[in-house]
Write a protein that binds this ligand. Structure first.
Ligand SMILES: CSCCC(=O)C(=O)COP(=O)(O)O
Ligand code: MG
Length: 234
């Protein structure tokens, strides 16, 4: 029997919510106007701006699109267009060393350990695949990208839809029951379990000061850091 594959979320699971909310989101919010000014004719950028315009009721100026996107950042919308544009903007931040990505030490340690033990590792986050690779390529524990064999974002579907996890299992070529999904969000774990994946709630004290116990875990195994996870008995 092959070793179980570990599929992990990022925000609130491998990295703190505060890094995303207090560093990444404000960086993208501030940089958006200049980024759109400078890249409005790049087809890879225009494509996403036009999707935002369509969702905002049709024809609108780029200034309105920027305001819409900034509003979505404030609301933490997990919209694929926003996430794609954020990923492009964060590239400058990582390459200019404006920030590195903090990964919880237990997460970095256990991801390396599981990889060395022969478990395949993959990522599923609302952040775009490009943003995921930037983050794991520039962590405070070094470049962690070689640990992962696949990356998935909301182009496969939303994280609270069971169909997304079925698509991921099919793309990975693995039975759902051989995949262990790690997340801080119970609704995401519910969707993964509906698709037949194994699930673990990562309930970090730094991100969730009130422990989620009893009914709040909705029957998912619960840990406070990665050292409590046993992939082969999850
Ligand atoms: C990939 S880093 C950016 C994180 C982000 O934008 C986000 O929305 C994180 O959501 P997650 O699904 O990782 O909780
Ligand atoms: Mg999360």
């Amino acid at each position: 029997m092959s070793k179980r594959l570990i599929l992990t979320d990022i925000e609130g699971t491998t990295s703190s919510i505060s890094f995303v909310k207090d560093v990444l989101f404000p960086y993208a919010r501030n940089a958006l106007p200049d980024f759109v000014d400078e890249n409005r004719d790049d087809p890879d950028v225009r494509r996403w701006l036009d999707i935002v315009a369509t969702e905002s009721g049709g024809i609108c100026t780029d200034a309105v699109i920027v305001e819409t996107l900034q509003g979505w950042i404030d609301q933490d919308r997990k919209h694929t267009a926003l996430k794609a544009l954020q990923g492009m903007i964060w590239q400058d931040g990582y390459l200019n060393a404006d920030f590195t990505a903090p990964v919880y030490p237990d997460a970095a340690r256990m991801l390396k350990q599981w990889h060395a033990d022969g478990h395949a590792l993959a990522v599923y986050s609302s952040g775009s695949v490009a943003a995921q690779k930037l983050l794991f390529g520039h962590t405070d524990a070094g470049d962690l990208i070689p640990l992962f064999s696949a990356f998935f974002d909301t182009e496969v579907g939303h994280k609270r839809d069971a169909a997304s996890y079925r698509t991921i299992a099919a793309r990975l070529g693995r039975p759902a029951a051989e995949i262990v999904f790690l997340s801080d969000v119970v609704e995401e774990l519910d969707a993964a379990r509906d698709a037949g994946l194994r699930t673990v709630l990562v309930d970090r004290r730094e991100d969730y000061p009130q422990p989620r116990l009893g009914e709040a875990t909705n029957g998912h195994g619960r840990v406070e850091d990665f050292s409590g996870i046993r992939p082969d008995v999850a």
